[in-house]
Design a binder for this molecule. Structure first.
Ligand SMILES: [Zn+2]
Length: 104
């Protein structure tokens, strides 16, 4: 029976890498230095996200390379998105959360 396709971050391999990174790296955003909380759930302030320094779209072969992975806060990860490697980006304000903000 073929396995159902899963999103990239739902694979066992990815979860293992993510767990190892969180255990071995400083709990700080690589980009802005914000303290990260390993207990925070996805979407909560301080939640840890794993960012690809060289975006997946550019180098899918580095998707699981620890040298290409850093801990990031969500605002930075969102702001960086799939921007080409080396291109500056503006981390968003860290006054989260503003889920119902209509400032844009
Ligand atoms: Zn950040």
């Amino acid at each position: 029976m073929p396995r159902p396709t899963t999103p990239r971050t739902a694979t066992t391999q990815w979860k293992r890498i993510r767990t190892r990174l969180i255990h071995t790296r400083t709990h700080q955003c690589h980009h802005c230095g914000t303290a990260l909380d390993p207990k925070a759930k996805r979407g909560e302030p301080g939640a840890i996200e794993i960012d690809h320094l060289i975006p997946y779209v550019e180098r899918p072969d580095l998707a699981h390379d620890p040298n290409n992975l850093v801990l990031s806060c969500r605002p930075c990860n969102l702001a960086k998105g799939g921007k080409p490697h080396g291109q500056p980006f503006q981390p968003r304000a860290h006054t989260l959360p503003l889920p119902t903000s209509q400032q844009w």
